[in-house]
Design a binder for this molecule. Structure first.
Ligand SMILES: [Zn+2]
Length: 115
């Protein structure tokens, strides 16, 4: 099995100055915005977010809403990779998918669908 090729995300990693969510500096990790199983081929630069260890752990545990911290290009890729705005938000919002008021969810769905 070939080692994973990070070439498309190397530029993202090199440009990162702090955690995309909390701004913490220091060691950052490449977090897959949508689960790895969804990709065909290699992840693109917009498929990863540079996160600190804490935020990465929370996101992978579905306990962090990263949607407000993503760029529009990352959101657009998440919709494509996840297979729709609803599927993307289910992942991006973590637990807030269930607990968020309908208005927030509806607002984000409209934003992504109009994208
Ligand atoms: Zn962080």
């Amino acid at each position: 099995m070939r080692a994973r090729d990070w070439s498309d995300t190397n530029a993202v990693a090199a440009a990162a100055t702090g955690c995309q969510v909390c701004g913490r500096q220091g060691k950052l990790q490449r977090a897959h915005i949508i689960g790895r199983a969804r990709y065909r081929g290699r992840p693109q630069g917009d498929d990863v977010a540079m996160l600190c260890v804490c935020c990465h752990g929370l996101y992978d545990a579905h306990r962090l809403d990263i949607y407000p911290h993503l760029t529009s290009a990352q959101r657009a890729r998440a919709v494509v990779v996840a297979g729709g705005a609803g599927m993307a938000l289910r992942r991006l919002m973590g637990a807030r998918w269930r607990t968020a008021p309908g208005s927030l969810l509806d607002q984000r769905l409209r934003e992504l669908e109009d994208g």
